[in-house]
Design a protein. Sequence first.
Length: 143
Amino acid sequence: MEQNQFNELDLGLDLLDKPFLWVVRPSNDNKVNYTYPNDFHGSKGKIAGWAPQRKILNHSAIACFFSHCGWNSTIEGVHVGVSFLCWPFLTDQFLNKSYICDVWKIGLELEKDDKGFISRQEIRKKVDQVLGVDDINKMCLKI
């Protein structure tokens, strides 16, 4: 992810009126180390370099899983019945996103603009949508 897209994600999370946990893993090769924009406050959330994903997803306070839709993440999220906000990057993640959004109907995909960029407004809009759609919540419990 490019630094400018990372900044937009930061600022999108800042726009939310909801608490969040955001895991930002350090780069394995030390080539990418993101910096947070000056206007990012993160006051409603916690940022960590690592977290026990299954344990967190099982917590009753979790309402939505913002995911790249990797296979393990998909299975863990489906298993505990949380809704998804999908942002696939590679290979099987796009197929998994299709199942989450189109087949199982337990999540929404973040839409890129004509330049391939996801705006902070899109992030806020989709979080509000996924948390407000009763049909998604019912399907999560059904699966």
